[in-house]
Design a protein around this ligand. Structure first.
Ligand code: PRT
Ligand code: ZN
Length: 220
């Protein structure tokens, strides 16, 4: 079920930090994108391709399941979505959406290594990635999952430390937190489904990937 009525599907973030650059990449690869009747689906007028515009969190599953053939998503979201089932394959990094998932702590917490978190509570929107990171280091900590506003958790005494995405560092600084550990380096990546498209669309899929690779490498 990788395609509906003989069209390829590319999953992109509907709105947010990756949305504009994702659309730019699609356009620069030569796809003429036109808005469809609804906001969820944009059509490509010069090829049998649709863009499915969704929340970034839904992209790994859509691509893994073959609902979409390609997707553009942050490595952080892809990694958090890993669940032992079929996974989307990373084709290439795209050079935008760069950020780092970091452990950060208030000045009152003495931090030498991840072991300093033993027995403490850590707030994050990335519980699976953090759990793997701590497990690999034999650190037992409680993980509190928060969808947003993770940086306020220490101030509200919801947690002793946080694990959150950082780009400029301004948010950490504004909340009196200091970065202590890099858990994951991330950027947007192009992913493909493990489910093959219908045979008639394979060539188109390959050529779209090739063109996107050309765009990315020309951006150096
Ligand atoms: O609605 P939807 O679910 O699609 O969007 P979202 O709100 O989950 O994600 P969005 O649009 O905020 O981010 C999409 C992707 O951009 C993330 O998954 C990352 O791959 C990437 N990205 C790059 C970032 C940042 N930089 C970033 N700085 N995502 C979030 N942040 C946040 C961070 O969580 C923190 O709150 O920005 C704040 C820190 O920024 P600095 O500059 O103060 O350090
Ligand atoms: Zn999201």
């Amino acid at each position: 079920m990788s395609t509906v009525q003989g069209r390829l599907r590319i999953a992109v973030q509907k709105s947010g930090r990756l949305a504009d650059r994702s659309l730019d990449l699609v356009r620069d690869a030569g796809l003429r994108v036109v808005k469809g009747n609804n906001d969820l689906l944009y059509r490509v007028e010069n090829y049998p391709i649709d863009l499915l515009r969704v929340r970034d969190d839904d992209i790994p599953t859509f691509v893994a399941d073959g609902v979409c053939d390609l997707g553009i998503v942050g490595e952080n979201v892809l990694e958090e979505a890993r669940n032992g089932g079929p996974t989307a394959e990373v084709i290439m990094p795209l050079g935008f959406g760069r950020c780092t998932l970091k452990i950060a702590v208030p000045p009152t917490l003495a931090y030498d290594s991840p072991a300093s978190l033993e027995g403490l509570r850590v707030a994050t929107s990335y519980p699976k990635i953090l759990r793997r990171f701590l497990d690999e280091r034999n650190v037992r900590a409680d993980i509190v999952t928060m969808r947003g506003a993770v940086e306020v958790a220490p101030r509200l005494k919801l947690a002793s430390a946080i694990c959150d995405l950082v780009s400029t560092g301004a948010t950490l600084e504004a909340n009196g937190l200091g970065p202590r550990e890099t858990v994951l380096e991330s950027q947007a990546v192009l992913i493909r489904s493990p489910v093959a498209p219908e045979p008639g669309l394979q060539h188109l899929l390959d050529s779209i990937i090739e063109r996107m690779a050309g765009v990315v490498s020309s951006q150096g």
